[in-house]
Design a protein around this ligand. Structure first.
Ligand code: ZN
Length: 416
C-alpha cells in the first residue's frame, strides 16, 4: 500500500478504497485479517471500518468459526449500499440496466427511442430514466453513477462524440457525457460499445478469470473490445479495436469507412444481406431463403439466420463463408495480442452453431499453434445484453477504483 508523506488525505482515500475492495472481493473477512492483508495498524482498520459501516458499505455479520481464542466479528460488503445505471444506446432502441455494487444487473429494459438527434434524444432518454428510478422499487435507493455504451468514436477525455455512423452526423462533436450528467445529476462514464462488451465479459461473463481477452461484435458493424492486462486497450487516441476494417480482399466491396474489401464490407449484416440479394437468381428453387424472397419480394438478416440452421441451404453456406473470414481476422487478433479468450458476440452470434466450427478450423490453420492452443474461442453468454451489462460494469469499475471519490461523495451526501 503506498504511503507518501505529506499527502495524508490521498493516502486515506487509497487506504479506504483498498479496504473496501478487499471486503467486496471476499465472502466475509475479519478486521484482523484486513490488518494483516493491508499492513495497516489495527486502530487504522477500526477507524476505516467504522466509517464504512456508517456509510452503509459494510456490515457486521455472525462470528467466525472458532479455532481457539477470541472469535472475531466478520465483515461483509453490502452490495445494496448503492446502485448504478447502465445504458446501451443505439439508433432506435436504448437499453437500460440497473445493478447493485457487486452483481450482474438484474433489471434490464429496452425502450424505443429515436436517438438520431442528440439534444432531443438525451432529453427523452433522461425522462425515461427518471421515470424508472423514481418508481417505488428504486425511490429510496442511492444511485451513484451511470455508464454508457456508445456506438461510435469517442474522445474519452472530454466525453465528446467524434463520429457515430450508427446514430448519424448530428452527433459529431456532441458533448454526450456532460449533457447526460446535466440531465441526470450523476457522474457519467462512457465507452464505445465494443469496449463495454469486453468489460461485460470480464466482470460478469465468461472472462471473469481472464485478464487478457478480446470481444468481437458481429453485427451491423464489426468491432472489437480488447482487454490486456486487465485494462481496456485504447490506443493513442482511444480508437483501438477497429477489427472490422482489416482489409481481407484487395479491391473488394466498398465499406462504410470508404475503403474497399474490409471485413465489415464482407461479414457485416448489410453486406451479408446484399450478397444474398445479388445471388438470388442463382439460388436453387426450393431453398427456404428463395421461397421467402418469392413470397415477400425481400429478405432480412432474420430470414438468413433462420434458414441457416438447415444444413445444405444457401444461408447455411453463406454463414460458413462468413465464419471463414471471421476466422482469418480472429487468427490475426490471436497472433497480435495473445489473448486468453476471444468472445464472439453481436446479432450474428445467434447462428454461431453454423459457423463456429469453421471459424475455429480457420484460426487453427492460420494462427501460431503455440498461441492459438492457449486461446479459448467462446460464444458470448450474455444474451445480446453485453453492451448494457458492460455499461454497468464501467460505472462500477470507475466508482470502485483505488482513487475513486465514492466514499467522499457518500459522506458529503450523508452530511447534507
Ligand atoms: Zn472499412
Amino acid at each position: 500500500m503506498p504511503k507518501w508523506p505529506g499527502n495524508s488525505k490521498y493516502v486515506k482515500k487509497l487506504n479506504r478504497m483498498t479496504v473496501l475492495n478487499i471486503i467486496k472481493d471476499n465472502e466475509s473477512i475479519s478486521r484482523q485479517q484486513l490488518a494483516r492483508m493491508t499492513g495497516l495498524t489495527p486502530p487504522a482498520i477500526t477507524q476505516i471500518i467504522r466509517e464504512l459501516i456508517n456509510m452503509g458499505f459494510v456490515k457486521e455479520v455472525g462470528l467466525e468459526k472458532s479455532c481457539g481464542g477470541r472469535r472475531p466479528v466478520q465483515l461483509q460488503f453490502n452490495p445494496e449500499a448503492g446502485f448504478v445505471l447502465g445504458l446501451e444506446v443505439t439508433r432506435h432502441e436504448t437499453t437500460l440496466g440497473i445493478a447493485d455494487l457487486k452483481n450482474h444487473p438484474t433489471d434490464i429494459r429496452t425502450f424505443e427511442l429515436d436517438m438520431t438527434d442528440p439534444e432531443a434524444g438525451i432529453h427523452q432518454l433522461s425522462e425515461t430514466i427518471r421515470q424508472v428510478i423514481n418508481n417505488s422499487k428504486y425511490r429510496d435507493k442511492k444511485f451513484l453513477g451511470l455508464g454508457v455504451a456508445f456506438p461510435g468514436l469517442l474522445n474519452l477525455k472530454e466525453g465528446i462524440v467524434k463520429r457515430s455512423i450508427n446514430l448519424g452526423p448530428k452527433w459529431n462533436g456532441f458533448p454526450v457525457k456532460s449533457a447526460i450528467e446535466r440531465e441526470i445529476g450523476l457522474p457519467v462514464y462512457i465507452e464505445n460499445n465494443s469496449n463495454a462488451s469486453a468489460l461485460a465479459e470480464r466482470w460478469f461473463g465468461g472472462g471473469n478469470d481472464c485478464t487478457d481477452l478480446v470481444y468481437i461484435n458481429l453485427g451491423e458493424g464489426i468491432s472489437a473490445g480488447i482487454i490486456m492486462d486487465d485494462r481496456i486497450l485504447q490506443g493513442f487516441q482511444g480508437h483501438a479495436g477497429e477489427i472490422g476494417h482489416i482489409v481481407m480482399v484487395e479491391g473488394g466491396p466498398l465499406c462504410n469507412c470508404g475503403n474497399r474489401g474490409c471485413m465489415e464490407s464482407i461479414c457485416g449484416i448489410p453486406a451479408i444481406v446484399r450478397k444474398a440479394v445479388s445471388e438470388m437468381p442463382f439460388i436453387k428453387e426450393g431453398d427456404p431463403l428463395k421461397e421467402i424472397w418469392k413470397i415477400n419480394g425481400k429478405i432480412s438478416i432474420n430470414d438468413i439466420l433462420k434458414s441457416a440452421s438447415i444444413e445444405g441451404t444457401y444461408s447455411n453456406e453463406l454463414l460458413k463463408q462468413m465464419g471463414k473470414y471471421v476466422g482469418l481476422a480472429v487468427a490475426d487478433v490471436i497472433n497480435l495480442y495473445n489473448p486468453g479468450a476471444v468472445f464472439i458476440g453481436g446479432k450474428m452470434a445467434k447462428a454461431a452453431e453454423v459457423f463456429m466450427d469453421i471459424l475455429k478450423q480457420t484460426v487453427n490453420s492460420h494462427a501460431f499453434p503455440e498461441i492459438a492452443g492457449s486461446t479459448e474461442i467462446k460464444l458470448s453468454a450474455l444474451d445480446g445484453n453485453s453492451g448494457v451489462i458492460g455499461a454497468c460494469a464501467l460505472a462500477l469499475r470507475e466508482l470502485l477504483k483505488p482513487n475513486s471519490s465514492i466514499l467522499e461523495d457518500m459522506q458529503a451526501y450523508a452530511d447534507k
